[in-house]
Design a protein. Structure first.
Length: 526
């Protein structure tokens, strides 16, 4: 048996006998003669992908964050009156047979799947399963990967009928209504990439992003059971802790990030009062004790976030201990003090490099000394930190890499994460990496994983592949052997507790450090 939690009030038991599944002759043609029923059955499906495709060696302590984009679409369809379900397969308790039996029983008319670069091939495989079981089911992709590469994705995955680019709420509703009418021309739907009857692909103009965030339904998780969403140990201060957004969009031009691809560069926010309503639902209905503000830069607008923090204190929500992502140039002593009073216990910074030349390549629009000053301010504010760094960037030498490692040790955040460059096709970083040499053309989407880097998609020609892998591993060894880092972690453990969280973190780091340790040991240090 496989058990799939859809809603708090509904637990579905599914038989997993394997039955013959018909093969499709041409999955691109089936839906063209189909008219969706008046009340189509819709599924928002978090697709199959193995734990290592998302977490690599850290899968021993993998975390689960709710797929907020997919859930937003689910809630939107729900409040619009559609018959819609949500299923998340990332917990690993549904195998292919279970999914086949579930799909055969439910007989969905349309299924939406989110696509991210490291998991794209696994999504395409999930679509094949769907089309084999439900040949007439309409498959719709969304997400950052297909927004940037909608045409390519539809060619790679002939099972996909439509791609919704950027925000999907309004586009999907218009698509469903058009399919209910039995139409075959979808050229009027903005934000859609689709196949014509002759199999030629059409990319409609982009849709304007929703200007008023309060238009989206209150209660972002609706009737979903959140109890299984236990984050990775570096993503929470206390459990249960749930993710939340207060805004969409990011104005920064960082070359390695695709945050603005789907959500735009203009910042759009929920009203502070609306945010407080959402937090009350999470606290009193979902029983949250912690939060993770997953906004790209939570403190981007100081006036706005100050209002939220003041309301959290006023409404007694500051007992929700929380983490957030932000930039080092968007915090100051007064704001940090208010954040701490409002419940902030972890700040996540993308430091990226100690070398100004590398920061400029990444278009961080920030000075290395500003970052160091901000980190010291956070230490003084008694807030824990996670700082991330990218090693072996274009034009960097091994001396530059070592400088960034020493810089990271000097900053001494409780958590330090190190990466090698992952230049996504279409990004500015990809262009820089291609110009300087080192892009591995024959790569799979799964190679874009930002953990382990057994076969990096970019090899800095000055440093070389094996030395890059060596420095990646050495950065972790040096960092977590630094007395300053140990002291600050012990200090935080005494102050805030969280022995179980620290134990999980140590286990995850053990797995990463000892993964293919022999390759690291046998690599000469210079």
């Amino acid at each position: 048996m496989a058990y799939i939690a859809l809603k708090e009030s509904e637990l579905i038991q599914v038989e997993t006998e394997n039955k013959n599944i018909p093969e499709l002759v041409d999955p691109r043609q089936v839906f063209r003669s189909m008219k969706l029923p008046a009340n189509p059955k819709v599924l928002m499906l978090e697709p199959f992908y193995p734990a290592e495709s998302a977490w690599g060696s850290l899968k021993v302590e993998q975390g689960y964050l709710p797929p907020l984009g997919l859930i937003s679409i689910y809630r939107w369809l729900q409040v619009k009156g559609y018959q819609v379900d949500f299923v998340d397969t990332q917990f690993g308790d549904m195998d292919e047979k279970g999914l086949i039996s579930f799909l055969r029983e439910k007989q969905y008319d349309l299924i939406g799947l989110p696509v991210f670069t490291p998991t794209a091939n696994y999504v395409f495989d999930t679509a094949k399963i769907i089309k084999k079981v439900l040949p007439k089911c309409v498959i719709v992709y969304g997400g950052v990967h297909v927004t940037d590469r909608s045409w390519q994705s539809m060619e790679e995955s002939p099972e996909c009928d439509f791609v919704i680019r950027r925000e999907g709420e309004h586009t999907l509703v218009e698509l469903i209504e058009a399919l209910k009418k039995g139409g075959t021309d979808f050229s009027h739907i903005e934000g859609l990439t689709w196949r014509k009857e002759d199999n030629n692909l059409v990319m409609n103009p982009d849709r304007d992003l929703v200007p008023d965030m309060d238009e989206f339904p209150l209660g972002m998780f609706g009737d979903l059971d959140l109890s299984r969403y236990v984050p990775h140990p570096n993503q929470y201060a206390v459990l249960p802790s749930y993710s939340v957004f207060t805004q969409r969009g990011c104005p920064y031009p960082c070359t390695f990030c695709e945050a603005s691809t789907t959500l735009g560069k203009q910042l759009r926010v929920y009203s502070p009062e609306r945010v407080i309503q959402e937090l009350k639902i999470l606290k009193y209905e979902k029983k949250a004790k912690g939060l993770y503000f997953q906004d790209s830069t939570f403190t981007l607008n100081k006036k706005y976030v100050t209002k939220i923090l003041e309301l959290m204190i006023k409404e007694g929500l500051n007992d929700l201990l929380w983490a957030c992502n932000t930039r080092t140039d968007r915090v100051d002593p007064d704001l940090l003090a208010l954040m701490y009073e409002a419940g902030c216990r972890i700040i996540v910074f993308g430091i990226e490099s100690g070398k100004q030349e590398s920061l400029d390549i990444l278009k961080k629009n920030i000075k290395a000394e500003v970052q160091e000053e901000a980190v010291n301010r956070v230490h003084k504010a008694k807030i824990m930190m996670q700082c991330s760094y990218i090693l072996c960037l274009p034009n960097e030498t091994e001396k530059d890499v070592e400088y960034t490692i020493q810089y990271a040790k000097r900053l001494g955040a409780q958590i330090g994460l190190f990466y090698l460059p992952v230049p996504y096709p279409g990004s500015d970083l990809y262009s820089v990496c291609k110009e300087t040499g080192g892009i591995r053309e024959a790569s799979k989407w799964s190679d874009y994983l930002s953990i382990d880097f057994d076969n990096p998609v970019y090899v800095n020609p000055i440093i070389g592949k094996e030395r890059m892998k060596y420095w990646y591993k050495r950065a972790y060894w040096e960092y977590y052997m630094t007395p300053r880092v140990w002291y600050r972690n012990v200090e935080a453990l005494v102050r805030y507790g969280g022995v179980h969280r620290y134990a999980r973190g140590v286990n995850a780091m053990r797995a990463l450090l000892f993964n293919k340790l022999w390759e690291f040991i046998r690599t000469p240090k210079s």
